[in-house]
Design a protein. Structure first.
Length: 339
């Protein structure tokens, strides 16, 4: 989960830079005015005219410099089609990631966000590098917001901590149960077969509200949401408890449910797309960039559109339950469809 507002920090940084620039310009202007006044007293109107001339030259120089810099950026864009000049290093795709958060990412490059980053780096012709930080409180602030990296590979659409790209997949929370348990075909938390069952839930996630409305929280087993992924893993703990018979079913974020169920081999995953009460459980996922990086966002959007088939294949290989806009599952035969 991401909490601290990187956009607020970014705005504050920009405002501070603008104030500092304004202060420097104001100081220079006051010095020039002072010199003009002195020269006026000494040399009269001719000196005043010279002072004005210098001021106009100063302003003209600033305008020319701005145009020149803008021209360089525009030339780079028009000649190469590369809109990544806003990056920390335009030659490097620098990704913000969690060092231990499978199936999303880890330091060994084993997560699906690692694979997506490799795909994008290859398409961009850039070297791939990472800035790793636990994906808990302060993640955005300490990575993207601090200009240490340039993109978060997975971010829910509509989250205002970052500027989001177009979504590249759509998924949902899912119910995980043992095959043959009688719960593998349960497709809503309102199903009467869940009454009295021990259902695992990550505390504070949206389906916890749905479970409360359905009267399931009395027998539920909660798992912590805010963890340091270097030491704890709530999803793995829930799956271990399910395999050991300590709980009857578990509700997990779809990518985690699919990944761990595929890994266990004996678990069934049912996307929860039929909920009629509580908050929505289906989300679109895109990438996150800084609010000011408009050109970079456009380039990522173009890459998503051009490579949607390959993106879907990577996600399906990791067991991510993909959905189209009508909440229908996307399988291997429909992998080229956009979310």
């Amino acid at each position: 989960m991401r909490h601290f507002s990187a956009s607020v920090q970014r705005v504050c940084c920009i405002a501070l830079q603008q104030r500092e620039a304004s202060a420097r310009f104001g100081k220079t202007w006051r010095v020039m005015r002072c010199m003009d006044n002195i020269q006026t007293k000494r040399g009269g109107s001719a000196m005043t005219e010279a002072g004005r001339h210098r001021r106009w030259l100063f302003l003209l120089w600033g305008l020319v410099a701005s145009c020149a810099l803008g021209g360089v950026a525009m030339a780079q864009t028009s000649e190469t089609g590369d809109l990544s000049f806003e990056l920390v290093d335009p030659k490097v795709l620098r990704v913000c990631a969690d060092p231990r958060n499978l199936p999303f990412s880890n330091e060994k490059g084993e997560g699906f966000e690692n694979k997506l980053a490799e795909l994008f780096a290859d398409k961009l012709g850039k070297k791939l590098d990472y800035v790793f930080f636990p994906q808990a409180t302060g993640f955005v602030r300490m990575t993207l917001g601090a200009h240490r990296c340039d993109v978060i590979m997975g971010f829910p659409q509509g989250d205002d901590l970052v500027q989001g790209t177009n979504p590249y997949y759509r998924t949902t929370y899912a119910l995980v149960a043992k095959a043959g348990s009688g719960l593998e075909d349960v497709d809503t938390l309102e199903d009467a077969r869940l009454k009295g069952k021990h259902v695992g839930i990550v505390a504070g996630t949206p389906p916890a509200t749905n479970m409360a409305i359905a009267g399931l929280m009395g027998d539920a087993k909660p798992y912590p949401l805010m963890i340091d992924t270097r030491f704890d893993n709530s999803a793995q703990a829930m799956i271990d408890d399910l395999s050991a018979g300590k709980i009857d079913a578990g509700v997990l974020w779809g990518p985690m449910a699919g990944f761990y169920a595929k890994k266990a081999g004996s678990l069934h995953v049912t996307p929860l797309v039929k909920e009629t009460t509580g908050p929505k459980l289906v989300y679109r996922i895109g990438m996150g960039v800084r609010p000011a990086d408009q050109n970079w966002k456009r380039q990522l959007n173009k890459l998503i559109q051009e490579n949607q088939g390959e993106i879907n294949k990577i996600l399906l290989d990791f067991g991510v339950p993909l959905l189209d806009e009508s909440d229908r599952p996307l399988g291997a035969e429909t992998a080229k469809k956009a979310p």
